[in-house]
Design a binder for this molecule. Structure first.
Ligand code: ADP
Ligand code: MG
Ligand code: MG
Length: 908
């Protein structure tokens, strides 16, 4: 606790109150954790010599004390507050509670964390039946004084005494109506006086007591701010934002300045740069003859600050620049001073009293992703911050906003339902209820939204054809969500209030029935489902964006690759700056077109000869796939995972399908069905799959290896650039099984080299996706040249929870504090992360130069990327649409690691 020496008693007394004003302050911007953000910045502005009405801040510690001591105050507080009021009196030449020359104050809450929805500020404290006359005399304006007093009674009664606001509003509306007034400004002093007793009566009828005594008013407001720290709304907000209750809020008591003293007074808010675009222009609103809250409450139509803005909007209301040019010029000057001082865009509140500007608040302004990028780059270019700082100024996850269509914030939204924000971006189109319809409609030139109860692997083509996906069930790790994110398509999942009726082809929601072909819009960034086609904004990647990403790329050490199975994915990934493919799943290649028939023939033939015959049909197709990928990725590494899923995923379902396969094989349907039953997998996650397939049917791995090597030769010839395939064996738990498969791969490499005369450089490695593999990593590394952490399965097998179940369980677990984070989104250090760390250590011990990467969804999660940097992975691999995010996050992780290393150097 900060201490000051109480001279009289010669023992330390806690300083509970910090004054500011007149170019000085006891606090400063670095004291946010004691004075709250508002108080610390008011002190700082005062020190900078900006015109700040004098005031004092009661510390957050008083709030904590208050809570811990049965809602009572430390003994010394009363005297310190009285001293604070004396200080204000000296600086303003007025006295709190004085009848002739009353000082009025505001009481403003403000903690170190921004907490919207905390207690409102109460202005004009100190007014009563007697001081109001003093105020009128001081201002030479009776109307002003009574207007202010009446508003004060309403505000105080509402905020401090919990009297509902509408009672007062009704009285005022009814009075104005009776008088034929349209505006508050029509009200005269006599009118306000006439209303006064009726306002008091409302308070009485609510069985509340409006204190006439200014000291009582002040302490009532202070108590109300401290009390608001523990109200339900604040508690809920803190829970959601991980803000500790122990922080407390500070209270600022500040001398009033009046924006409602006529046509040369007013109040306004300003951003020093546009929070929407980042453009370096004053972005602000202003209201003549009003107090601060009128503006925020939106009860008045704001006016413009600049003449340019006024003319551009065609407004006939005067601008601040036009009416009070001096105050306007000073405001501009102060904006410059504050930006330079805080080295960031500021969000400012100010009031003009009879032509004189007063600064009432400053803080770093909230901004859109687009603005964040532009502001960071321009601040660096202007020399206010370094390039490295610019990199840290942009939230990687926010870049998502820049890569997708977004709904125009001005557009009207008719919300039908709200589900989970499963994959960002907005999309609009006609409703279709199945994937074949989606594909057909797309081919006919329509835009569609695929609406399903849930999706499965069979919906891939429909998801591909659709603009966006809406599901009734499933969390943010459901099939629909994961696949949509991979495709970069907007998706809203788990919209529980919609009802999908496939038979009737209808969607029932919010009492409306929508049919196939009706248009809806989904907003995958917030989970909203909207009626009709809502206006959208194009993603616009700016020059500043390229600049910032360029800077990020020069500082990061982790490489960023993409998970890409198709040429489309690979192209997208390269455009987003991917440095290779970290995971190419080959099973997709087995589903397409005629291939599935050959795959089924392979699976259902009873012997190796039959399997090899079928595989021979697949070979040229696989080779062609790889040639395409290698060509797109020429010069970069490509990790190809051998066939992974349990074979039964490829089994025929319908009789037609069985017949098709039987014909191709000259076999009988009955026998095929028998074989299919044998292949049925009871444990699709951990059963007969992964490298176990290759152990039992090595010819599958051989065919894939041949396709890879032949493709590498062909693509190399085509592009003149070397491709280094990294062949990844999935689901390994022992070195022995890896060796078995590796042997076949090596033999195939030699065979292809012999046949083609070209030796392809390649690596064989494994996916670490089972806890045992992580534990045996030291041994496995004897054979594996690289590890890729498959943290999707590793997470499931470590936690013992499937991804889909996780959506419902983990949310509740986290709410109850049983889990600190969602481990499916962020690698937690004491679970999956610990296994990764252990495998890295053991792997490196065996093979010092082992290549290490991650290919689970965690590879695109900024917090997990920090973890990957810390444990020393070489690369992360994520969906193409997250590559940009990963590049920026990797740069931030590198910078943080550097900073930590510097901090580790012992001081002399
Ligand atoms: P919030 O945190 O909700 O923004 P503030 O404490 O900033 O609440 O108060 C809201 C508005 O009230 C300020 O922007 C300002 O316009 C007005 N206000 C607060 N204190 C004073 C004051 N001492 N003099 C004049 N206006 C004030
Ligand atoms: Mg404010
Ligand atoms: Mg797996």
């Amino acid at each position: 606790m900060p201490l000051s020496i109480d001279k009289r008693r010669d023992r330390p007394t806690t300083q509970w109150v910090y004054t500011f004003g007149n170019g000085q302050a006891e606090g400063h911007a670095g004291m946010k954790s004691l004075l709250g953000g508002k108080g610390a910045n008011l002190a700082e502005m005062s020190r900078l010599g900006l015109p700040v009405p004098p005031g004092f801040t009661i510390t957050e510690e008083v709030c904590t004390y208050y809570e811990d001591h049965g809602r009572s105050y430390p003994e010394a507080l009363k005297a310190q507050v009285a001293n604070g009021l004396d200080f204000l009196g000296r600086l303003t030449g007025r006295t709190f509670g004085d009848t002739e020359n009353p000082l009025l104050v505001s009481v403003r809450s403000g903690s170190r964390a921004s907490m919207p929805g905390m207690m409102d500020s109460v202005l004009n404290i100190g007014l009563n039946d007697v001081t109001v006359a003093g105020l009128a005399k001081w201002a030479g304006d009776e109307r002003f004084a009574y207007d202010t007093y009446v508003r004060f009674i309403a505000k105080y009664s509402n905020v401090v005494l919990n009297v509902e606001r509408h009672h007062f509003e009704e009285i005022l509306d009814e009075y104005k109506h009776r008088k034929g007034y349209t505006l508050d400004t029509n009200m005269t002093a006599q009118d306000w006086k006439a209303i006064l007793p009726r306002y008091k009566q409302v308070v009485e009828e609510a069985e509340k007591f409006f204190p006439q005594e200014p000291q009582e008013q002040l302490w009532g407001a202070i108590r109300s701010v401290f009390g608001s720290w523990m109200n339900d709304r604040a508690i809920k907000y803190r829970e959601l934002n991980a803000i500790p209750a122990s922080w407390g809020t500070a209270v600022n008591v500040q001398a009033m300045v009046f924006g409602n003293m006529g046509e040369t007074s007013g109040t306004g808010v300003a951003f020093t740069r546009s929070p929407a675009t980042g453009e370096k222009v004053l972005y602000s609103e202003f209201q003549i003859n009003a107090q601060g809250e009128d503006l925020v409450a939106g009860t008045h139509t704001p006016q413009h600050n600049t003449e340019d803005a006024r003319l551009a909007s065609g407004s006939d209301k005067p601008s601040m620049e036009g009416v009070m040019p001096d105050a306007y010029k000073e405001l501009l000057r102060n904006c410059g001073i504050l930006e330079e001082h805080y080295r960031d865009m500021q969000d400012i509140e100010f009031t003009v009293q009879k032509g004189k500007l007063w600064m009432l608040q400053t803080r770093n302004g909230e901004r859109s992703a687009k603005a964040a990028v532009r502001i960071a780059v321009e601040l660096a270019t202007e020399g206010l911050i370094t390039k490295n700082e610019a990199i840290t100024r942009v939230e990687p996850a926010a870049l998502d906003q820049l890569l997708h269509l977004t709904i125009d914030p001005q557009a009207e939204r008719k919300i039908l339902a709200t589900g989970l924000p499963a994959s960002p971006g907005a999309a609009a189109g006609e409703i279709v209820f199945n994937s074949d319809d989606a594909e057909a409609a797309k081919e006919a030139g329509h835009r569609v939204i695929l609406v399903r109860a849930e999706t499965s692997p069979e919906d891939l083509h429909g998801m591909h054809a659709a603009e966006g996906i809406l599901t009734m069930r499933g969390g943010i790790t459901s099939h629909a969500a994961v696949v949509a994110r991979g495709m970069g398509k907007p998706c809203v999942s788990g919209a529980g209030s919609i009802r999908v009726d496939y038979a009737a082809q209808t969607l029932t929601v919010a009492g409306q029935i929508l049919n196939k072909g009706d248009i809806i819009t989904i907003d995958g960034s917030n989970g909203q489902v909207l009626l009709g086609q809502v206006r959208m904004l194009e993603p616009a990647l700016s020059d500043e964006f390229d600049t910032l990403m360029g800077w990020a790329d020069t500082v990061r050490s982790i490489k960023v690759r993409a998970n890409a199975d198709t040429p489309l994915d690979a192209n997208t990934a390269r455009n987003f700056g991917a440095e290779g493919i970290g995971l190419c799943r080959t099973e997709h290649m087995f589903f397409e077109g005629d291939r599935i028939v050959a795959v089924r023939e392979m699976m259902l033939s009873g012997d190796e000869t039959g399997r090899r015959a079928a595989l021979a049909k697949l070979l040229p197709m696989q080779r062609k796939d790889f040639v395409e990928l290698f060509t797109i990725m020429s010069g970069l590494p490509v990790t190809i995972r051998l066939l992974d899923p349990p074979l039964h995923e490829f089994l025929p379902h319908s009789d037609d399908e069985f017949e098709e396969v039987a014909k191709g094989m000259n076999g009988s349907v009955g026998k095929l069905k028998q074989r299919a039953r044998e292949l049925h997998e009871v444990n699709p996650m951990l059963g007969f799959r992964g490298c176990r397939l290759a152990v039992v049917y090595p010819e599958i791995a051989e065919m894939q290896a041949r396709a890879i090597f032949e493709a590498a030769v062909e693509a190399g010839r085509k592009t003149g650039q070397r491709v280094v395939p990294e062949i990844m064996v999935p689901l390994v738990i022992t070195k022995a099984e890896l060796d078995l498969v590796k042997e076949r791969i090596v033999a195939m490499a030699e065979a292809v080299a012999e046949e083609t005369g070209v030796k392809v450089e390649y690596q064989v490695g494994t996916m670490i996706e089972l806890p045992r593999a992580a534990l045996r990593a030291g041994e496995i590394a004897e054979s594996a040249e690289f590890f890729s952490f498959g943290t999707n399965d590793l997470t499931q097998t470590t936690l013992g929870i499937s991804r889909d179940d996780a959506a419902s369980f983990l949310g509740r677990y986290m709410q109850k504090g049983l889990l600190p984070t969602d481990p499916f989104i962020t690698i937690d250090q004491d679970g999956v992360g610990e296994l990764v760390k252990l495998a890295v250590e053991r792997g490196k011990k065996t093979r010092g130069n082992i290549k290490l990467g991650i290919c689970g969804e965690h590879g695109g999660d900024p917090a997990s990327i920090h973890f990957c940097q810390a444990v020393g992975l070489d690369y992360v691999s994520c969906s193409p649409y997250r590559v940009t995010i990963a590049r920026l996050a990797a740069a931030q992780a590198a910078l943080q690691q550097r900073a930590e290393k510097l901090a580790d150097v012992p001081a002399f």
